[in-house]
Design a protein around this ligand. Structure first.
Ligand SMILES: [Zn+2]
Length: 329
């Protein structure tokens, strides 16, 4: 990429970061990928990733040849995450950097632009945008910007695995066969997981297939598995709640007798709990399941939910249980 373009891009990203995450999903999302770089260091390849799901993706493909560290742990909100000094140090020392892209990591965008000048820096969603994948959500209210929460559609995430595998192959050609074999194994698991989601969500009575959460993280999930999705906030947790929008959601919950709404692990519970009282006043008993959904991060290390598949299965279990009347207490 010519220097002038990098300067313009980084300037734009700086402006967008001032405007907040919601304003940053524009056409400038093409990440500055250092495709031509190849690995010349000593194994294992030191990889730094942003979110847990991106770290797992890199670790599963890289297998024994990589050592992966995630900057954002369980419960960390990637929209608001600001890198600290030690993160920058880790990124500087890494052989390769992997991040979600589509401005999920809204406050790290300019840092990735800088890193890409000297280091292999990969956005795992880059292939989706380059191909103009028809499944990418670009709802009109987001003014031409993409929704970054692609991992909630398992089939879409599985395509990111394929893309990242090719990034690995170009970066470290001698171990291409191993990366492709690891990826095939992971993709087979994800295919089973996708089927599980479809079957389980299919058990919810059709009239109850409505998912209300704090921020608009589950659009891909809803589109893939057949749920109508409403977020109180926008695509970023940073967005303010619009009271008129909240009232519309309340009315919809009462009119359609939707049994439950959901708290997310990285957003304060009061955001959705605020819906309970007005619904009750209108004669509708709304439940908020005790178990939170994982919107933007994986579960606690050591728990079943600490893996990508565990996180997805947890969400599906909580949603199916709360929206299926025969299973509600
Ligand atoms: Zn989010």
């Amino acid at each position: 990429m010519p220097l002038a373009k990098i300067i313009v891009l980084s300037g734009l990203l700086w402006v967008f970061s001032l405007l907040g995450c919601n304003a940053s999903h524009s056409d400038t999302h093409t990440p500055p990928v250092a495709q031509a770089r190849t690995f010349t260091g000593k194994l294992p390849i030191k990889i730094v990733a942003t979110t847990g799901q991106v770290a797992e993706l890199a670790a599963r493909i890289g297998g024994e040849h990589v050592r992966v560290e995630a900057l954002m742990g369980p419960g960390v909100d990637p929209h608001l995450y600001r890198p600290i000094a030690s993160d920058v140090e880790k990124l500087n020392e890494a052989d390769a950097i992997f991040y979600n892209g589509l401005h999920l990591e809204g406050r790290m965008s300019d840092l990735f632009v800088r890193m890409a000048r000297s280091k292999a820096t990969f956005a795992v969603t880059e292939g989706l945008t380059t191909r103009g994948d028809a499944r990418l959500r670009e709802p009109p209210e987001f003014a031409g910007m993409y929704d970054p929460h692609v991992w909630h559609d398992v089939a879409l995430w599985s395509d990111c695995v394929k893309d990242v595998t090719e990034m690995f192959v170009k970066f470290d050609p001698p171990r291409a066969e191993s990366y492709r074999a690891n990826a095939a194994e992971y993709i087979a698991e994800l295919s089973g997981l996708d089927k599980y989601c479809r079957e389980e969500i299919g058990k919810i009575p059709a009239e109850n297939r409505v998912l209300v959460t704090a921020h608009d993280a589950f659009g891909y999930f809803g589109k893939a598995y057949g749920l109508e999705v409403f977020g109180l906030k926008g695509i970023s947790t940073e967005d303010e709640i619009d009271l008129a929008h909240q009232e519309q959601i309340q009315k919809m919950l009462v009119d359609r007798k939707i049994p439950a709404v959901f708290v997310e692990s990285a957003v304060a519970p009061r955001t959705v709990q605020a819906l309970v009282q007005p619904c009750r006043a209108a004669g509708h008993e709304l439940r908020v399941p005790e178990q939170e959904l994982y919107a933007d991060a994986l579960g606690l290390a050591g728990s079943e939910d600490s893996t990508y598949a565990g996180m997805i299965r947890h969400n599906v279990r909580v949603i199916v249980e709360a929206l299926s009347p025969e299973k509600s207490p």
